[in-house]
Design a protein around this ligand. Structure first.
Ligand code: HEM
Length: 375
């Protein structure tokens, strides 16, 4: 509940004290929910990094079934390990790439995928248990509940999408579809961005977030740059999904020229954007370069408009990270996608996305947490 000063005074001293106490309690409750959601955002970030490592180490197809509720225990006995390995030996990835792999070799790829899925379940628990507790303590109002429940549903759908992605690599091909991989990545971005936004709004207290009219232009510019970061990340999903980073390992030239040959060699032309390795890598470079230029232009503009403070810090960090991310992308490419660098590049992208969301948020004044019920 948000109360104006005049309302607080109008009720006389006793009423004012009561209202102030209510406001204080509402503020504390909103912050509790905000901190909880922020922890969940951190857990989603770890999930993304685990997912990246799973893909980069070729571990993603080691679990060929999905049992969302009962499948949280790994194989324990030797017979169980052999049964799971037996299932893996039936898929094309084993036959065409990993033929002759030992059980120990299989275990080493199995664990990453297992931990990735286990972490997903833990996120579900870290959401559901506090949610039920907060509901019981009446900290979540009817209006706030759908925002939170939709996060839970999105998380569950992401699990289904992850399985749909894995399925694409179990029958005819040795890896997963770049479309499904990118859809899984984009869904992760949506969940992460959405949770972060709601968390930041709650951390502002019961007033929530409202666009400050004085910062309207800057906020729009920042939102457009955030969308460009998201688009560059989406194109990165196609680079990863097609292993397009294993070719054209030079920068800025591709095959000796700034604009490589064969960009639109396939028919229809638009399909090259998603299926032609040359075009996909070229797009990612181009989008990244344009995005970083926009981030730097935004940074200069924001520094002129904003005095020192939290919002300015958000723009400073965003500019710094964008330049680092560009450099990291280039080094990852030049060194032909080493696991550690590629995983850091993916993590860097999610941090950059978070900074851009934080920057837009920092330009607002204190609507979401209006929904928080005071106790
Ligand atoms: C703002 C700048 C950039 C952003 C936000 C960004 C983001 C991303 C993302 C999200 C991925 C997908 C990672 C995954 O799913 O595993 C990716 C992959 C990749 N990016 Fe970037 N990127 C940027 C700049 C660059 C640049 C400048 C280059 C090189 C010239 C580059 C090279 C690559 C390569 C080679 C991959 C595939 C790595 C792999 O197979 O895991 N990136 N990028």
């Amino acid at each position: 509940m948000q109360l104006a000063d005049s309302e607080l005074r109008a009720g006389g001293d006793g009423a004012a004290e009561h209202d102030a106490a209510q406001l204080g309690a509402a503020e504390r409750n909103a912050r509790k929910l905000g901190v909880w959601l922020l922890v969940l955002v951190g857990m989603v970030f770890v999930m993304v990094v685990l997912g990246g490592l799973t893909r980069l180490t070729g571990s993603g197809l080691s679990m060929v079934d999905w049992r969302p509720v009962t499948g949280w225990l790994p194989p324990i006995t030797d017979a169980e390990w052999r049964a799971v390995f037996g299932l893996y030996r039936e898929i094309p990835q084993y036959r065409e790439i990993n033929e002759g792999m030992t059980l120990d070799g299989f275990k080493s790829i199995f664990w990453l995928e297992y931990v990735h899925r286990l972490w997903g379940r833990l996120i579900g628990l870290a959401f559901a248990l506090p949610f039920l507790y907060f509901l019981y303590r009446r900290l979540i109002s009817r209006k706030m509940a759908p925002w939170l429940i939709s996060m839970f549903i999105l998380g569950g759908l992401q699990g289904v999408l992850g399985w749909y992605m894995v399925k694409s690599g179990l029958a005819l091909r040795t890896d997963v579809s770049q479309y499904r991989l990118t859809a899984h990545l984009v869904a992760a971005m949506l969940i992460y961005g959405y949770m972060l936004w709601v968390a930041l709004s709650l951390l502002r207290g019961p007033g929530g977030w409202r666009l400050d009219p004085a910062n309207k232009g800057l906020a729009w510019f920042t939102a457009i740059v955030a969308a460009c970061i998201a688009l560059t990340m989406t194109s990165g999903g196609f680079v990863a999904g097609l292993d397009a980073g294993l070719t054209y390992n030079t920068f800025p030239l591709m095959d000796g020229s700034l604009v490589p040959h064969g960009l639109f060699i396939g028919e229809p032309a638009w399909l090259n954007l998603f299926e032609n390795i040359t075009t996909v890598q070229f797009d990612h470079r181009l989008l990244a370069e344009v995005t970083v230029i926009l981030v730097l232009a935004l940074w200069i503009y924001a520094r002129r408009r904003l005095s020192a403070g939290i919002a300015r810090t958000a723009f400073d960090l965003m500019a710094l990270l964008a330049v680092l991310q560009l450099a990291l992308g280039i080094v990852t490419l030049l060194l032909v996608v080493p696991v550690a660098l590629a995983a850091t590049h993916q993590a860097g992208a999610f941090i950059l996305l978070a900074l851009s969301i934080w920057a837009v948020h920092a330009l607002g004044s204190s609507a979401l947490s209006n929904q928080i019920r005071s106790i």
